[in-house]
Ligand binder design. Structure first.
Ligand SMILES: [Zn+2]
Length: 194
């Protein structure tokens, strides 16, 4: 039995390493995609191609932060799943439960961690996109941005009320577009004529 549990733990740490590598690829790909979007937006708004002026190096700190935080979140999810699986196995042994009952509990623990991981992933995607967009905007010397509502079915009323309003980092509230769970709001850089 101990051997089984150790094998399970080994599988978890392998999955964890793969996830961490996947997370890095995902963050870097998201940055390339976001940079392309920003380049296109600046080009169509001002006719200036900033393609050679901006690069991944400018936002390395943000990317490393996002990766580190996500590694922590995944570690937490997989530790919880490991705990649940170990509990299910020991309960099964103590109470002499049929193997299929134990198997079902293990599956539930895995499903639960998968759902939590999906929730985390979708939130992190909007979070990294917003952080990168903010950084590109600041880099471009643009202070003003517009709150773009998520258009989700059950929006936060105060976010809906902010839709289309213009803010700067000084005038905005502390919860920024996309920063709260399941928010989905975005910010859009505003060109202010001077
Ligand atoms: Zn929102």
């Amino acid at each position: 039995m101990q051997r089984e549990i150790e094998a399970g733990e080994g599988a978890f740490s392998r999955i964890f390493l793969e996830l961490t590598a996947g997370l890095r690829r995902w963050a870097l790909r998201t940055e390339v995609w976001q940079r392309g979007k920003w380049r296109g937006a600046v080009l169509s708004a001002s006719g200036v191609d900033v393609g050679t002026l901006i690069g991944a190096a400018d936002v390395r700190e943000i990317i490393e932060n996002v990766i580190a935080r996500n590694v922590g979140l995944i570690k937490d999810v997989s530790q919880q799943a490991q705990g649940r699986i170990t509990d299910a196995v020991f309960r099964g042994l103590n109470q002499r439960l049929p193997a299929r009952d134990v198997a079902r509990e293990i599956r539930q623990a895995v499903d639960m961690s998968q759902r939590r991981a999906m929730g985390i992933a979708s939130h992190q995607l909007s979070d990294i996109s917003n952080r990168l967009a903010d950084e590109r905007r600041r880099e471009g010397g643009l202070d003003t941005w517009m709150w773009i509502h998520s258009a989700k079915k059950h929006p936060r009323a105060e976010h809906l009320a902010r839709n289309g309003k213009e803010y700067t980092d000084e005038t905005a509230s502390t919860d920024r577009p996309g920063s709260l769970p399941f928010c989905g709001c975005r910010s859009r850089a505003v060109l202010v004529s001077v």
